[in-house]
Write a protein that binds this ligand. Structure first.
Ligand code: SF4
Ligand code: SF4
Length: 81
């Protein structure tokens, strides 16, 4: 179990269902809800903070807020040690 407080903010009101965030996420954090045509965020502790989902979203629906004190971030980026 990795202790982390990573946060991903998502504004469903602005989402147009383009699926770009889902396609951009190379880990399993962003899933796709075919019924609602919206992304679903799961296991946010596994986010690798690449910010791709935030960058590709044409409606600025997503804000990735890494927990810079987390063990997971230190595993990924030694420079934060
Ligand atoms: S920041 Fe990168 S790894 Fe994290 S949810 Fe977005 S696309 Fe996935
Ligand atoms: S990239 Fe943005 S607008 Fe497109 S599906 Fe994802 S959250 Fe919605």
């Amino acid at each position: 179990m990795i202790d982390t407080k990573h946060t991903i903010l998502y504004d469903s009101e602005k989402c147009i269902g383009c699926k770009l965030c889902y396609k951009a996420c190379f880990v399993d954090v962003i899933r796709w809800d075919e019924t609602k045509k919206q992304p679903v965020f799961r296991y946010v502790e596994d986010c690798e903070h690449c910010f791709s989902c935030q960058a590709v979203c044409p409606k600025d629906c997503i804000t990735v807020i890494p927990d810079y004190s987390s063990e997971r971030l230190h595993q990924t980026f030694d420079c934060y040690r």
